[in-house]
Design a protein around this ligand. Structure first.
Ligand code: ME8
Length: 560
């Protein structure tokens, strides 16, 4: 066991995470100990856990997709990556308690049913999570109890009379300044528009004020919140004098569906319970975790305050390192309108997947969504992109270059130095684009700008189509066999590189493409996109690759 001075904690833990032989990381008040057993995961990405008061919609799927595409990209870069990707369902609290009551089922039965719907939707969309956590899992409840005791022992909790507005929909207390009375006489949250009720109760409070300066320092020093616009928002909240402490329990007489506060008559506030899920996933037990801190935590802008203020405050109180990055994304509107049950415009992932398939659904959301701005789900435009890009630009290019009319030998010809003599402005432009493509895509994907990465790939494919059009391989077949080989070698190389780079976005479609090109799984890594066939190292061991015999239709045009 190693004993580390607290000042070294963050750096040391990070260093240890990259070492092959450490297993448990232990955080205590003044020292940290790390036991030396086995290699811990070196990448840890999370999504929020979703409330089961209603069924999944495309907003939930989008969050999961952002995390999934990032995780898949990291695995593309490092196929041996030992990573954690967690998602799951948030099943306690007033909102879920009330939703269950309406159905007549017991809260647990109700949660089982809805949680399964989330899991099913994510499975259908090929979300490659490693952990699906439910807050009703026994091991999670044990962690919440342990964390509660730690906060109490550390002097971070106190009993107090607490009077405030409570929004059940947002599961949050709100000061009077954030509440407005409307013509119907009821009070509503100014921010979310949800109805609030007056609550006056004796609760446990958490000393949030104590952590204010440290959180600000974390944000200023580490700049962990992306995009920057959300960082500014958090700083403004932290600089507001009215921040105050927060209530972290509700009387059991009001809220029974949750984790009981040890030895009392209270239930743990649903947000403390929910945020602790990240520790449960990390294997928290007796103050130790097997992987910490999270590499990236993905969340929607609606829960920024909980993740950028409450969550770091809890971690600071526990003497634990803070997440490396919070990736905040904006919301999806449907045909320019906010999704809501009452408007009946909630888009369910299963409906989309059943109509268009998993890859198409993934492509639509990742192609159109940008983290810093609300996205508008316009079916007409999405179908246009799918047909234009997946069916025409990508699918048709594969058909053309693999058809027996153009490619009678059914091969990817090896690159020959004399191909240089056939170079045109367009082919040189294409080669240049393909050489830069991996780096451009890496920058985009790493920063969660998946749409940008996709655009770079589609640009390369569009140039490839122009190149094929210009070279007319169907004529070259009769006139110039060697030039035909050049055209096929370059355009199929473009498809190979694009196929690998599209794996995080449309995994099944990319796999079909790469199988057709006979690229073995071990040759489908990010490294392989950097080695093109005309690079000097590739020229020595080039051989003919036979195309797979199976006929494929990569993406069937959608006609509506
Ligand atoms: O807040 N567009 O759960 P939740 C994009 N249980 N993303 C959206 C969206 C939209 N229109 N609507 C929701 C909770 N989301 C808590 C979280 S975590 C410790 C506890 C996504 O079911 C987005 O990620 O209300 C948002 O932050 C999350 O769903 C809220 O899900």
């Amino acid at each position: 066991m190693l004993k580390l001075p607290p000042i070294l904690l963050q750096n040391e833990v990070r260093r240890c995470l990259t070492k092959p032989d450490f297993k448990l990381i232990r955080f205590t008040r003044k020292t940290s100990t790390i036991s030396t057993e086995k290699s811990p995961p070196s990448y840890f990405i999370t999504t929020p856990i979703f409330y089961v008061n209603s069924v999944p919609h495309i907003g939930h799927l989008y969050t999961a997709l952002l995390a999934d595409a990032h995780y898949r990209f990291r695995k593309l870069k490092d196929p041996d990556l030992n990573g954690i990707f967690s998602t799951g369902t948030d099943e306690h609290g007033m909102k879920v308690q009330q939703a269950a009551l309406k159905t007549g089922a017991s809260p647990q039965e109700y949660c089982n049913t809805v949680s399964e719907k989330f899991r099913h939707a994510f499975d259908q969309a090929a979300i490659s999570y490693t952990h699906f956590i439910r807050t009703t899992d026994d091991n999670h409840k044990d962690v919440v109890t342990e964390i509660w005791n730690k906060l109490l022992d550390g002097g971070h909790l106190y009993r107090d009379d607490y009077s405030s507005w409570y929004s059940v929909q947002d599961e949050t207390f709100l000061p009077g300044t954030q509440v407005e009375q409307r013509a119907d006489g009821h009070h509503y949250s100014c921010e979310s528009g949800h109805k609030v009720e007056w609550a006056s109760e004796i609760n446990w409070c958490f000393r949030l004020e104590r952590q204010r300066e440290s959180i600000l320092k974390w944000i200023n020093d580490k700049d962990p919140i992306r995009p920057a616009v959300f960082s500014n928002q958090v700083k403004a909240w932290l600089e507001d004098d009215r921040l105050g402490d927060i209530s972290v329990s509700r009387p059991m007489s009001r809220l029974s569906w949750g984790v009981a506060v040890p030895g009392g008559e209270d239930t743990v506030y649903v947000w403390l319970d929910a945020l602790v899920n990240y520790l449960t996933v990390a294997g928290y037990k007796n103050g130790s975790v097997s992987c910490w801190p999270p590499t990236v935590q993905v969340l929607g802008k609606d829960i920024l305050k909980f993740h950028a203020i409450y969550w770091p405050a809890f971690l600071l109180a526990l003497d634990m390192p803070l997440p490396e990055r919070l990736l905040v994304h904006s919301h999806w509107l449907v045909e320019d309108v906010k999704m809501s049950k009452s408007l009946g415009n909630v888009l369910c992932p299963n409906d989309l997947i059943n109509s268009y398939g998993s890859d198409a659904t993934r492509y639509m959301l990742l192609r159109e969504g940008v983290p810093h701005m609300d996205g508008n789900f316009c079916k007409h435009r999405m179908l246009h992109y799918l047909n234009l890009e997946l069916a025409d630009t990508l699918g048709n290019l594969l058909n053309r270059t693999c058809s027996t009319g153009v490619n009678p030998a059914q091969v990817i010809p090896p690159w020959k130095p004399l191909f240089q003599s056939y170079a045109t402005e367009l082919s040189s432009n294409l080669m240049e684009h393909l050489e830069k493509l991996p780096e451009l895509v890496e920058q985009s994907y790493e920063n969660f700008y998946f749409y940008q990465g996709i655009v770079h790939v589609m640009d390369a494919l569009r140039i490839t189509n122009q190149f094929v059009q210009e070279e007319k391989p169907w004529d070259l077949k009769k006139t110039n066999q060697e030039r035909l080989e050049f055209v096929l070698a370059l355009s199929l190389e473009s498809l190979r590189i694009s196929g690998i780079l599209l794996k995080p976005i449309v995994p099944t479609l990319a796999e079909t493409l790469l199988i057709k090109l006979n690229i073995t799984p071990s040759q489908q890594t990010f490294q392989h996109t950097k080695k093109n066939t005309w690079s000097p190292c590739a020229q020595t061991n080039q051989s003919i690759i036979e195309l797979d015999k199976q006929k494929v239709v990569l993406f069937r045009k959608i006609r509506e």
